[in-house]
Ligand binder design. Structure first.
Ligand code: P6P
Length: 340
């Protein structure tokens, strides 16, 4: 092949693969809704901006010596990693500057933040919940960490603004995560399937790599922390025993975003059952299980907390926990069959 032919191939390939940034994707989606005000697009672009900033800090963690725990603890009495605090501040600053967010609930803050009291005619339609740096304890070992977010409409009828946060997962209008790994991946849904973007650090832009992510089915793989097997409810123990005799593989990072992303890409099931230490399960309903469940269902998967569909759980507390079973539909059904 001559240089000329190779260049022609390059041009054709580029033309065939449209380069779509997350901003142009969001604007194109917004254009499909004439009544759209642009506030939703603005909100999601704030999350993408935060993700770029957090990704840059994670990439330089050891260099900037921001590793290591602070003296502080979060609401769950977990020692806060410095990057936890930086990620939380980043999201608060980016979202706080958008005149479309009324309330923010973060894993790192005991109470939700009421950004602005909505006055009559002063519409601030959205509530945003997030885990700013999920799995941050993996930072010290250069493991994958992530940000998880969930977006709800601000329910003005609620008696107190903070109760506007306590809506079931079926009310989410958007959800997603950012995985800070060898590359930085942003996966999101607005209820119209699941889209995946990868950050191109050379131009500082998230580029669309899959406009319609679908979870594979039939993968013989499960992901959970098997060290707690003796304290799992009996149905989970029988499922795990069954997998041992049916050719399954086990993968587990210990960061929900990394484990769920692998299941979304390869299929299988991610589990965090109830344990003696966490009888309700360890993962948080509002800003971990619900956004991930929304994504899973939009990608053709299933998501349950025990035998209940996660998205239908009526929340009572912002930081409440739940057990998690999510992944390929047939594998989730198989786990449920052992729990019946
Ligand atoms: P364990 C990280 O601390 C986290 O909240 C999730 O990201 C992860 O799935 C889970 O806890 C890991 O918990 O008990 O296996 O260390």
């Amino acid at each position: 092949m001559t240089l000329e032919e190779a260049l022609q191939d390059e041009v054709r390939l580029t033309r065939d693969q449209n380069l779509t940034s997350i901003q142009s994707y969001l604007l194109a989606e917004e254009a499909k809704h004439p009544q759209a005000t642009g506030s939703f697009t603005w909100l999601l672009s704030a999350i993408s901006l935060s993700a770029k900033f957090i990704a840059a800090r994670c990439r330089r963690a050891r260099i900037e010596a921001v590793l290591g725990a602070t003296e502080g603890e979060n609401v769950h009495a977990e020692r806060q990693q410095k990057l936890d605090v930086i990620a939380n501040e980043t999201l608060l600053r980016c979202l706080g500057s958008r005149p479309v967010v009324s309330i923010i609930a973060s894993e790192e803050n005991e109470e939700p933040l009421i950004l602005r009291q909505s006055e009559p005619g002063d519409i601030r339609p959205y509530v945003v919940l997030f885990d700013p740096l999920d799995g941050s304890s993996n930072l010290d070992v250069c493991g994958g960490v992530g940000t998880i977010f969930s977006v709800l409409h601000h329910d003005r009828r609620s008696d107190a603004p903070e109760n506007s946060v306590l809506q079931p997962g079926t009310h989410q209008v958007a959800a997603g995560y950012v995985l800070y790994g060898p590359s930085t991946v942003l996966v999101m849904t607005t209820g119209n399937g699941v889209q995946m973007f990868v950050l191109d650090p050379s131009i500082g832009s998230f580029l669309l790599v899959d406009p319609q992510v679908r979870i594979p089915d039939g993968t013989k793989s499960y992901s959970l922390n098997e060290a707690y097997v003796n304290s799992f409810p009996e149905g989970y123990q029988r499922y795990l025993e069954w997998t041992k005799n049916n050719g399954y593989s086990q993968r587990y990072v210990g960061t929900m975003v990394a484990d769920v992303h692998r299941v979304l890409m390869k299929g299988g099931v991610f589990l965090y059952p109830p344990t003696d230490k966490a009888p309700q399960g360890k993962l948080r309903l509002m800003y971990e299980a619900n956004p991930m469940s929304f994504l899973m269902e939009q990608a053709g998967g299933k998501a349950y907390s025990g035998t209940q569909r996660t998205l239908e759980i009526e929340p009572e507390k912002i930081h409440e926990r739940t057990s998690v079973i999510m992944g390929s539909p047939s594998e989730v059904d198989r786990v449920l069959s052992f729990l019946q």
